[in-house]
Design a protein around this ligand. Structure first.
Ligand code: MG
Ligand code: ZN
Length: 223
C-alpha cells in the first residue's frame, strides 16, 4: 500500500475547502517562536480530542519534570476551568484560556497569555490546546514542538482520519493502551498507521495511568 499524504488523501473528495488562513497565522506563530526564544522559554503545543488524555499527560510531565525545570501551563478550554484545577494542585502556575466557544487556541490568545506571565521565571510552557483534532492543525501557535495524543478509546482510525494534525506534530502518543483489548483496537495498527501518515514522527504507546511510556515521551521531546 502506498504512503498517504495530505494532498493525496484530498483527491478522493469532490469538493475541498481551502483557505489561506494558515499563511497569516504562521507569520504570527513565527513571531511567537522568536519571542519565546528571546526569553529562553521552550513551548510545547499538546493536541488531541476531548478525553484523549492531554491533561493527564500535562500532569504526569509536570510531576516528572518540575524539580529540574520551571514549568508553566496554558490550558485552553471552550467553557470550563476543570483542567486548570486538576493541574494547579501539582504546584505550577496555570493560565486557563476560556475560548468562549472557539474550538482552537490561536497565536494572539497564546501571546496574550505568555505576556501575562513572568517569562524570566519560566523554562518550559506546556500548552494544552482545545480538545479537537480539526482546526488546531491550521493554527500553529509558535511552539517549538507539537505533540498529538490519541487514545485507543477513540477507535482504530484516528491517524488516517486526521492526517493534517499528524503531519504537523513531531510526537504521537497512543494512550490508554491498557484498554486496547476491551476496545478491540490494535495498538500495533495505530502505530503503523501513524508511521504511514508521517514517517518522521516519534510514536509512543502509553498508559498514562500507570506511567508506561512517559520516559519515552520526555526523551522524544528532548526534555
Ligand atoms: Mg483536558
Ligand atoms: Zn477551531
Amino acid at each position: 500500500m502506498s504512503t498517504p499524504n495530505v494532498s493525496e488523501s484530498l483527491k478522493q473528495f469532490d469538493i475541498v475547502l481551502r483557505t489561506d488562513l494558515s499563511e497569516r497565522t504562521s507569520e504570527y506563530a513565527d513571531e511567537n517562536l522568536a519571542w519565546l526564544d528571546e526569553h529562553g522559554v521552550r513551548a510545547i503545543d499538546i493536541l488531541g480530542s476531548v478525553g484523549s488524555g492531554k491533561t493527564s499527560l500535562v500532569i504526569e510531565m509536570v510531576k516528572r519534570l518540575k524539580d529540574r525545570m520551571r514549568i508553566a501551563v496554558i490550558a485552553g478550554d471552550v467553557a470550563t476551568r476543570i483542567d486548570a484545577e486538576r493541574i494547579e494542585v501539582h504546584g505550577v502556575p496555570v493560565l486557563q484560556i476560556q475560548t468562549g466557544g472557539m474550538c482552537h487556541l490561536d497565536t494572539k490568545l497564546v501571546r496574550t497569555a505568555l505576556e501575562s506571565m513572568d517569562m524570566d521565571e519560566i523554562d518550559l510552557v506546556l500548552i494544552e490546546n482545545v480538545g479537537n483534532l480539526i482546526c488546531p492543525g491550521g493554527f500553529p501557535l509558535g511552539a517549538h514542538q507539537r505533540l498529538v495524543v490519541v487514545s485507543v478509546t477513540e477507535g482504530p482510525h484516528m491517524p488516517l482520519k486526521h492526517p493534517v494534525i499528524f503531519n504537523q506534530c513531531q510526537v504521537a502518543v497512543i494512550n490508554k493502551i491498557d484498554l486496547a483489548d476491551a476496545m478491540e483496537v490494535s495498538v500495533d495498527k495505530l502505530v503503523a498507521d501513524t508511521r504511514r501518515v508521517n514517517p518522521k514522527m516519534t510514536v509512543v504507546p502509553t498508559c498514562l495511568r500507570s506511567g508506561e511510556g512517559l520516559d519515552e515521551i520526555i526523551e522524544a521531546l528532548g526534555l
